[in-house]
Each structure stands twice: as C-alpha cells, then as structure tokens.
Design a protein around this ligand. Structure first.
Ligand code: IPD
Ligand code: CA
Length: 248
C-alpha cells in the first residue's frame, strides 16, 4: 500500500471515530494522560485506537509516534507521526477548526496529510513531487499579512508588529502551518518551548513541499525527535529570515 492510500484510510477511520465520539456526548471525558503528560480525552483515544487497530490488522511495518500513546513499534520501514486530533480544545468548545495530522517519513522521502475534520479540506505534501490542496497542486496566494503567534507573556508581540499588525492564533497548529503554505497566513511562530514532532511533522512536509520553510527560532533545521521545540514557518524565505532576526 502506498503512503497516500495508507494516510487517507487512516484519516477516514479517524474522522469517523471523532464524529462518533462527538455524537456520544462523552468526547470530553478524560481517560488518561498523553505520552508527554497532557490530558487524553475519550475522543483523542478513540481516534488513536482506530489507527493502532488498523496498523496491527494490516501489519504495517512502521514505528508509530503518536501524541497520546508515544512510540509503538510495528516495524522498521518508516516512521509514522500522528496527531489524531489537532485542535482538541477547539473541537470540545465548538470552535470549528481542528484536523488530523499524519506524516510518513522514509529515509529518502516524506509524505504528509493534514485533513480538516470540520469541512472538506485537506493538504498533502510529497517531498518528491510538491504539495496538493484538495487533490490539486497547491498555489500560494501571496496576500496575507496575518501572523499566527503562540507565545508566553506577550513575548515578541512588539517585535513582530513591525511585520504585521494582525497577530492571532487559531488553535490547531498543523492546520495553521498548512494555511501558511496556501498564503492565508504570512507566517506561523510558536515560541512556547512546547511543540512536539507529532504536532508538526505532517504540516512541515506540506509547507516544505510547497516551497516554504520551517525551522526552529534560530533558523536551524528541526529534528523530529522527542524534544520540545520552537517553530518559525513561512512560505517566503526572506520573510522567514527577517522573522528569525526579530526573535533574537
Ligand atoms: C494543540 C493545538 C493548539 C496548541 C497546543 C497543541 P492538540 O494540539 O495545536 O493550537 O496551542 O499547544 O497542543 O493538543 O489539540 O493536539
Ligand atoms: Ca492532539
């Protein structure tokens, strides 16, 4: 099975699990703790479990790295980074902006799928071919001046005002990074020392395949390991360099 088919099938079962959990009235129930110490709710667990069941039943030879459970070893052929629901708080409190995020990393190629779970919209990145939006080549509109900024205690807001007076954050980092690839956002910045590989892996493939750039706050490449990182992402390499300077 190719990467695209696998991710699409996984996203379909996640979508169904999330819709079922939302209808059940217990989506918000806390059922455990995530691999990095956050809260795991019923719908996060249900969505992740459908993936684990699928990978088990189909003997998919991958290392799964998923937000709730952490690492599960099914095989050595590739790494599969999963955030079953990115934007859980939006979903729980009725803000219609959340997605599922699935990234496949082979030694020599990568594939990422970020699928909006609210309306019919999906982003794909293929390191060998480019990026797609809803199945068609993704075209970046160079129009937006909005920066999505996740920060602590208002840090860097003043520095970034030089580049934009429109600073906000939307609550689903994977989807936001994809919105950067489309040009709906000028840039995405997260300087909370909080981002994990599972949050960003798929969206990073999408943005990079679209020609954009994703680094840490010093402009250095990101390693997708278990460390917490900061992120600066833009479709425009010059703007990215300016933003990195602004964060010094
Ligand atoms: C969260 C969202 C949110 C960000 C949090 C993430 P989750 O993902 O991306 O925008 O502020 O840091 O944890 O928990 O819904 O997968
Ligand atoms: Ca999540």
């Amino acid at each position: 099975m190719n990467d695209r088919t696998l991710c699409w099938q996984l996203s379909e079962s996640i979508k169904q699990a999330v819709e079922y959990a939302m209808r059940s009235g217990k989506a918000h129930e806390i059922v455990g703790e995530s691999s990095l110490g956050g809260t795991t709710r019923y719908f996060d667990k249900l969505a992740e479990d459908t993936v684990i069941d699928y990978l088990t039943a189909n003997e998919v030879p991958c290392e799964l790295i998923s937000e709730e459970i952490g690492h599960v070893h099914f095989g050595d052929e590739f790494a599969l980074y999963l955030d079953p629901i990115d934007g859980s708080n939006n979903a729980l409190f009725g803000l219609p902006f959340y997605c599922t995020s699935i990234g496949i990393f082979h030694e020599d190629k990568q594939y990422g799928l970020v699928r909006n779970l609210v309306w019919d919209e999906w982003y794909e990145g293929m390191s060998e071919y480019g990026a797609l939006y809803n199945g068609k080549p993704l075209e970046t509109m160079h129009a937006s001046s909005i920066i999505s900024l996740y920060t602590k205690k208002g840090k860097y807001i003043e520095e970034l005002r030089e580049y934009s007076s429109k600073i906000r954050c939307l609550g689903s980092v994977a989807l936001e990074i994809c919105y950067v690839s489309k040009g709906s956002l000028l840039a995405f910045i997260d300087v909370r020392d909080k981002m994990r590989a599972t949050d960003i892996a798929a969206a990073k493939v999408v943005l990079e395949s679209a020609g954009g750039i994703v680094t840490d706050e010093h402009g250095q490449p990101l390693d997708l390991d278990d460390k917490l990182v900061n992120i600066v992402a833009s479709y425009d390499h010059n703007i990215h360099a300016s933003l990195v300077r602004a964060l010094r």
